[in-house]
Each structure stands twice: as structure tokens, then as C-alpha cells.
Ligand binder design. Structure first.
Ligand code: UDP
Length: 395
């Protein structure tokens, strides 16, 4: 036995007998492990072990596993949000107000389905919110660079640490996500996807899944190329191909081969290893992958949505560095293939976290908490902007 780390029911081990492993550590510190054998995977196993040792499971029943993001985003505005700051931010998004528990919005929204996706949540909670106003950016890209802009409060769905934008839960939890052939009205309805993905993951339990890494998506970034090329060289290791998106013009846009057919998210569950890459900004794909109970390979850590920071590398997913080469990807895949118990454990942790802490009620709860805390920072009491229209119902 070269290592044995147990945490409650779980032992990461290199022994056929997990009972032995549990008995061996019984009565000892749970985090104590012995290493008697070194092999080429010692370093990566060590990373998994340290990640689990450092990880404190979030047991909150409300959305407070994600509260740190709100605290962090709003800390930039601790000196208050003035009417002048809102005015300056107006060109960066769509203005919303809640006045007397009614919801108002600027008449023009650049992406109406995205506004509708957001309004689904705002409309429900308006009776529980104080008078407030905010600027909501529906573009993919965040707006307020730490280096090029003055501090302004703009809500965006994803960002990097280079931006002051305040994260809000993406419209696509309800509607307005990318429209592909499979999802012609746009990827959305996270509530329905949760159920259908759970069903698919139950049908494809770990033993049944194909021992192959999988990806389908369009070439929104070249960062995806090494995985696609690795798949072309080693199809028994990786099944990854580019699909068409609306910008597709020729095979050059799918790395010189015809586009592959799209694959439904539920059908991703047939594979043990699923890849996520950033797109133009963060990709909506990530949350779905976890619910397959497959092992998620998350490439790059630059772009994030509000729920990403609660997910921990080597506990919930396998981190892959941005710009990883074919060889680096292959090394990680070989590691998980040779350490199936670790792979399965991380896959289960990822699934459990998203299933428990990214429910629709967590999304609603995040919005409510965000708006309550944000509103306290307004240095004035907002009054109705007559240019806005009332949102009287939502889908
Ligand atoms: N998608 C899918 N099946 C496919 C291709 C894409 O379900 O065969 C989904 C994918 O999960 C993502 C969305 O469609 O949420 C858009 O994917 P794409 O790769 O085109 O864009 P990006 O990930 O950059 O947003």
C-alpha cells in the first residue's frame, strides 16, 4: 500500500481492498496517509490529496456557498454608489429599476431573450426588494476594466479578475442561451436540464460510461484546438469535434474538416471525461457537464460565473491549464485512466456540489442577496425614471 487517505466513507487508495484501507487509518488522523511506493502519478495524486485535505465542504442550505462572490464584487463599491456612477454606466447596459415593488426596464434591450431570462428571476422577487436601480449588461463581454475604466457599477454574467463588473446569474438559467440546432430557442431552462441530465447520469453510471474524453462545440476560441487535434490522432482516447455556429462560413472554421453533428448535453453522459473551455466569455456548458456525474476537465481559470469560485480544482474537477498542449492533455487523461477511483470520486463530488448548490432556488437566492446588498450601497433613494417601461409579466 503506497498511500491511503480516508475521509468519512471515502478512501483514495492504491489497493484493491478499500476496507483494508479504512481499517488501516481507523483511529488515526483521517488525513494521515502513508506513501510507500512512488510511481509516475505520485505528484498528481499528491495534488488530489492536498486538495481534499484543504477542502471544507459547504453545507449551507441557502445560496451562501456563493456569498463570497457578492462580498468580493461589492467591496469595490464600499464608498457608495452615487447617481453619477449610475448615469455614467448607463451606456454599458440596460437600466432596471424596482420602485414600490414594481419592476421597470429601459425600453430597448440589446438581446430581448436575455432580458427576459433575467426578468424571470427579478419579477418573482420584486415584492421582497427595496427600491433600487442598476445597469445590466447583456453582452457576453464584461464592461468595466480595472485598467481602462473608472469604477462604475455594471452587472455582467461572467468576467475575469481584470474587471470590476458585478456578477449576476446568467439569463440562460431560464432562457436566452445560445441557439444551436438542438436548442433552436436557445439553451435555457436549467430546471429542466437538471432533471434530464440526472436521468441520463442514472442511466449511464460510471462502469457503463465509455473510457473516452468527449467534447462537442464550436470554435469560439482556438484554445480548443489541441483537444480536437488529439482526437484526430487518437480517437480511442478522445472524441472531440467542432460543430457549426452562426458565424460558420467554411471548413476553415471547424479546423479544416466538415462540421460534426451536434450532440445533446444528455448524450455527453455516455462518456467518463468531459471537457469545458471558455468561449467568448465563460461557456454555459460547464454546469451541465457536472450533472452527467462524469469527470469534468475544466480548461483555464480566467473566466468565471458566480458559481465557479465555490468549485475547487482536484475536488470537483480536473484543472487544465489554459493553452495546454496535446501532450499535457494526454498526460492528464492517462492519469485519470490509471487512477479510476480518484476520477470517480472527483466526478461524484462535482455532481453533488452542483446538484445541491446550483438549484433554481440558489439562483433566485443569489439574485435576492445580491440586490439587497447592492441596494444598501446606493447613496440616494432612487425615484422612478419616466423613460423606463414597467415589466408586467414574465414567461
Ligand atoms: N452544445 C451542445 N452540443 C453540441 C454543441 C454545443 O449541447 O454539440 C451547447 C454547449 O454545451 C454550449 C452551447 O451549446 O452550452 C454553445 O456551445 P459552443 O461551443 O458553440 O459555444 P461556447 O461554448 O463558446 O459558448
Amino acid at each position: 500500500l503506497w498511500f491511503c487517505l480516508c475521509r468519512s466513507e471515502f478512501c483514495i487508495r492504491n489497493s484493491d481492498d478499500s476496507q483494508d484501507c479504512r481499517q488501516q487509518v481507523a483511529g488515526e488522523e483521517l488525513s494521515k496517509y502513508s506513501r510507500e511506493k512512488n510511481d509516475e502519478w505520485t505528484v498528481l495524486r499528491g495534488k488530489v490529496l492536498s486538495a481534499f485535505e484543504d477542502y471544507k465542504e459547504c453545507s449551507a442550505k441557502n445560496c451562501s456557498c456563493h456569498s463570497g462572490v457578492i462580498v468580493n464584487d461589492l467591496s469595490n463599491f464600499k464608498n457608495g454608489i452615487t447617481p453619477q456612477m449610475i448615469k455614467a454606466a448607463e451606456s454599458k447596459g440596460t437600466k432596471y429599476q424596482i420602485i414600490n415593488h414594481r419592476l421597470y426596464r429601459a425600453k430597448a434591450c440589446m438581446f430581448p431573450a436575455r432580458c427576459a431570462g433575467v426578468e424571470h428571476f427579478l419579477f418573482k422577487m420584486k415584492s421582497k426588494l427595496p427600491d433600487t436601480e442598476f445597469i445590466l449588461n447583456t453582452r457576453d463581454w464584461p464592461q468595466i476594466s480595472r485598467y481602462h475604466n473608472q469604477l462604475q457599477p455594471v452587472f455582467s454574467f461572467s468576467k475575469t479578475h481584470e474587471y470590476y463588473d458585478i456578477l449576476y446569474p446568467a439569463w440562460s438559467f431560464w432562457e436566452g442561451g445560445p441557439a444551436i440546432k438542438l436548442y433552436p430557442t436557445g439553451l435555457g431552462r436549467w430546471d429542466r436540464h437538471r432533471e434530464s441530465l440526472k436521468e441520463a447520469s442514472d442511466a449511464w453510471d460510471w462502469e457503463k460510461k465509455s473510457d473516452v474524453a468527449f467534447f462537442r462545440g464550436s470554435r469560439t476560441t482556438e484554445e480548443r484546438d489541441p483537444l480536437i487535434l488529439l482526437s484526430r490522432e487518437e480517437p480511442s482516447l478522445v472524441d472531440a469535434a467542432y460543430t457549426k455556429n452562426q458565424a460558420w462560413k467554411s471548413n476553415a472554421d471547424t479546423l479544416n474538416v466538415p462540421p460534426a453533428a451536434e450532440v445533446a448535453l444528455e448524450d455527453h453522459c455516455r462518456f467518463k471525461y468531459l471537457f469545458n473551455f471558455r468561449g467568448v466569455a465563460a461557456s454555459f456548458r460547464l454546469k451541465h457537464l457536472f450533472l452527467c456525474k462524469s469527470l469534468v476537465f475544466h480548461v483555464g481559470e480566467e473566466w468565471f460565473e458566480f458559481f465557479y469560485p465555490a468549485l475547487k480544482p482536484w475536488v470537483h474537477y480536473v484543472p487544465v491549464k489554459s493553452g495546454a498542449t496535446k501532450e499535457e492533455i494526454k498526460h492528464l487523461l492517462t492519469f485519470v485512466k490509471n487512477n479510476d477511483d480518484i476520477a470517480r470520486k472527483i466526478a461524484e463530488e462535482g455532481y453533488t456540489f452542483i446538484w445541491n448548490h446550483l438549484q433554481m432556488k440558489d439562483v433566485t437566492c443569489y439574485w435576492r442577496k445580491l440586490l439587497r446588498r447592492y441596494s444598501k450601497l446606493l447613496t440616494y433613494k432612487p425615484s422612478l425614471d419616466e423613460k423606463l417601461m414597467e415589466v408586467k409579466h414574465t414567461n
